[in-house]
Design a protein around this ligand. Structure first.
Ligand SMILES: NC(=O)c1ccc[n+]([C@@H]2O[C@H](COP(=O)([O-])OP(=O)(O)OC[C@H]3O[C@@H](n4cnc5c(N)ncnc54)[C@H](OP(=O)(O)O)[C@@H]3O)[C@@H](O)[C@H]2O)c1
Length: 299
C-alpha cells in the first residue's frame, strides 16, 4: 500500500516508518524540515515536504495514497485549543479526500480522552470527552463526523508510549522532578497510567491500517495501569532524588498545568483491540524502560 504518514518524523512516526516498510508498504512521510526529510530518506521513505496545516499540500499527498495514518500533532500545550482545532481541520481534509472509497484513514487520539462508563478501565466502546471539556477531543469529533458519513476511519487511542528515551507524559514528570528537586505523587499514588511499548504501538497502527474496521476505536494498551507511586519510585532511583507523597492541594504548585492529570486514574483495557486485530503486545513494560533509562541524558 502507498501510505501517507503525517508525524513521520516524530517519536511514534520514526518507529512506524520502518514497521510499515518492513511489511512491504511504500511510505510517503510528511516533513516540514530539512532535518526530518533527511532522516526519512535515510530509512527508505519517500519524503513529502510540507506543513500539516497547509491543507492543500495535505490534500495532494492524500489523493495519491492508498491509505493514510495521521500521527502529527503540535504538542505546544500553551496553545492546545488552536492546535486541536487545527488537527480537526486536517482530519476533515483527509476524510474529504478519502470519502467514497475504502481507502483507510487511521487518526490518533489518547486513551485518556475516553469516558469510562464504569468508572474503571477505559474500553474501546467508551464515548470520548467533548472538545468543550478538553480541546484535544476535537480529533475524535472530526473522526465521528467522517464515520457518520461512511468513511473507513479508525481511531488509534494511545496511552503513554514508551521506550528508554521517551515515555509520554512520564517524561514531563521527570522534567518536573528535576526542577523541583524531588519526585512527587498525589495521595497514596495508586492512580494509574495505561502504557504501551512503542514497538507494540506501531505494530497496532499497521494492523489497523491493513484490516481495521470502519468506525473502530482501538486501544493501544500493553499494560492496563501502572501506579503513579511505582513510577515515581523508579524515577526517584534514577534521578537519585527523594520520593514524596503530596496532597491534592499541593499538586498545582508541584505539577503546574499537569496537576489535575496527576490526580486521576487513567487505566485502560485493550481486550477488544486484541480480539479484533489479533494484536499481542510483547515489548518491555514501562517500569523496565524507566529502570533502563540513562538519566544523565534525560532532559
Ligand atoms: N507519545 C505518547 O505517549 C502519546 C500518547 C497519546 C497520544 N499521542 C499522540 O500520538 C501522536 C504522535 O505522538 P508523538 O509522541 O510521536 O509526538 P511527537 O514526537 O511530538 O511528534 C509530532 C510529529 O508531528 C509533526 N508535526 C507537528 N506539527 C507539525 C506541522 N505543523 N507540520 C508538519 N508536521 C508537524 C512533528 O514534525 P517535526 O518533526 O517537524 O516537529 C512530528 O513528526 C500525536 O497525535 C500525539 O498527540 C502520543
Amino acid at each position: 500500500m502507498r501510505v501517507f504518514l503525517t508525524g513521520a518524523t516524530g517519536f511514534v512516526g520514526s518507529f512506524l516508518v520502518p514497521e510499515l516498510i518492513n511489511a512491504g508498504h511504500h511510505v510517503v512521510g510528511l516533513s516540514r524540515s530539512d532535518l526530518g526529510a533527511k532522516a526519512l530518506a535515510r530509512v527508505g521513505a519517500e519524503v513529502f515536504r510540507g506543513d500539516v496545516n497547509d491543507l492543500d499540500r495535505v490534500r495532494i499527498a492524500a489523493e495519491a495514497a492508498d491509505g493514510v495514518i495521521h500521527a502529527a500533532f503540535n504538542h505546544d500545550f500553551s496553545n492546545l485549543m488552536q492546535n486541536s482545532e487545527n488537527d480537526r481541520r486536517v482530519i476533515e481534509t483527509l476524510g474529504e479526500v478519502l470519502a467514497g472509497s475504502d481507502r483507510p484513514l487511521v487518526i490518533t487520539s489518547g486513551t485518556g480522552l475516553a469516558r469510562s462508563k464504569t468508572g474503571g478501565l477505559a474500553v474501546e466502546t467508551d464515548d470520548h470527552a467533548t472538545s468543550a471539556e478538553f480541546p484535544r477531543a476535537a480529533s475524535e469529533e472530526a473522526a465521528d463526523t467522517l464515520i457518520a458519513k461512511g468513511g473507513r476511519v479508525m481511531v488509534m487511542r494511545l496511552p503513554q508510549v514508551h521506550d528508554t528515551h521517551r515515555q509520554g507524559r512520564v517524561t514531563w514528570h521527570i522534567q518536573t522532578a528535576r526542577r523541583q528537586g524531588r519526585v512527587a505523587y498525589v495521595g497514596d499514588g495508586m492512580n494509574r497510567l495505561a502504557a504501551v511499548h512503542v514497538s507494540d504501538a506501531v505494530r497496532l497502527y499497521r494492523l489497523a491500517l491493513e484490516k481495521g474496521q470502519a468506525g473502530a476505536r482501538y486501544n493501544a494498551v500493553g499494560e492496563e495501569g501502572v501506579a503513579l507511586r511505582d513510577i515515581a519510585e523508579v524515577i526517584g532511583a534514577g534521578l537519585k532524588m527523594p520520593v514524596v507523597s503530596i496532597t491534592r492541594e499541593e499538586a498545582p504548585a508541584y505539577f503546574g498545568w499537569m496537576a489535575h492529570l496527576a490526580t486521576i486514574d487513567l487505566a485502560a483495557s485493550s481486550v477488544l483491540t486484541r480480539e479484533q486485530l489479533g494484536w499481542n503486545p510483547t515489548g518491555p513494560d514501562l517500569l523496565t524502560d524507566l529502570r533502563n533509562m540513562d538519566y544523565s541524558l534525560a532532559r
